[in-house]
Design a protein around this ligand. Structure first.
Ligand code: MN
Length: 270
């Protein structure tokens, strides 16, 4: 029995190390992490090149696996047989920036947890709302991850479900508590920045201010973090808009499809 720890910031990230050290209080931990930073790579699956896996000593000398694949690949490699048995739990992080609301569609941290859920292994993504500050104290989030991991190991999670955990970047005494939340609304402040290369051709950066969010939406992850609560969102692989299935069903017999058979050629060419 072991916990698989991975991240999207790469094998050398302090958040990965803090998470691994803290979770070892619960169970053996095996680290499989990318060899470089994959932040905002989403649910990338490597299909067009081979994957290399090597062993690497972490900063305390303990062994880990490092891959040239994406965070998703790190989890998939293990699920498909890199290690003799599947993990009891996947924990991804600790990401040094929040993964709130729409962020989880970009997040490699979240994607690694989704890959656990796809493989029927309970999974947790852990992030700190710190905005890539070099002075981050990972200890409070690591300790919170241990508490949640302990509960998930004993209770499991429903199929297709993973937990998206965000921790406010404040001293532990200033954390007000824990709120179970739904995903909120991000407000991205990206701008398209155009520059010129030495040949005069334009190139672009998508950049700007860090994202904001609608903090007034009570009960959301964005709201909880703004209130200095730990946010735990039960996320699901099912991205279906269930509320829109019935309204959309009216389209099934709509005039939109009246001529649908006319252009269809049969396999015999008739
Ligand atoms: Mn990251």
């Amino acid at each position: 029995m072991y916990i698989l720890v991975t991240n999207d910031d790469g094998i050398d990230a302090l958040g990965l190390f803090a998470l691994k050290n803290a979770l070892e209080a619960l169970s053996p931990v095996i680290v499989v992490a990318p060899d470089h930073n994959w932040s905002a790579s989403g649910h990338t699956k490597t299909m067009h090149k081979p994957l290399r896996v090597e062993t690497r000593a972490l900063r305390d000398g303990s062994p880990a696996y490092v891959t040239d694949g994406a965070p998703t690949d790190c989890v998939a490699l293990v699920m498909l047989g890199l290690l003799p048995e599947k993990p009891a739990l996947v924990v991804s992080g600790i990401n040094p920036a929040a993964n709130l609301a729409h962020d989880i569609t970009y997040s490699g941290t979240a994607a690694a947890a989704m890959e656990g859920a796809i493989n029927n292994v309970p999974a947790i993504a852990v992030s700190i709302d710190a905005g890539h500050n070099a002075e981050i104290d990972f200890a409070p989030a690591a300790e919170i991850a241990v508490r949640i991991a302990r509960r998930v190991l004993s209770n499991g999670l429903p199929p297709g479900t993973w937990l998206n955990v965000n921790v406010p970047a404040v001293p532990r005494a200033q954390i007000r508590g824990v709120r179970v939340t739904r995903l909120g609304t991000r407000v991205y402040r990206d701008q398209l920045i155009e520059r010129r290369d030495p040949a005069g051709r334009p190139y672009y950066w998508i950049g700007g201010e860090p994202p904001a969010g609608i903090v007034e939406e009570e009960g959301t992850d964005v709201w909880a973090i703004a209130q200095r609560y730990v946010s735990i969102t039960p996320a699901h692989l099912d991205l279906t808009s269930h509320a829109f299935i019935e309204p959309l069903r009216a389209w099934e017999n709509d005039s939109l499809w009246l001529d649908i058979h006319k252009d269809v050629k049969s396999p015999k060419g008739g």
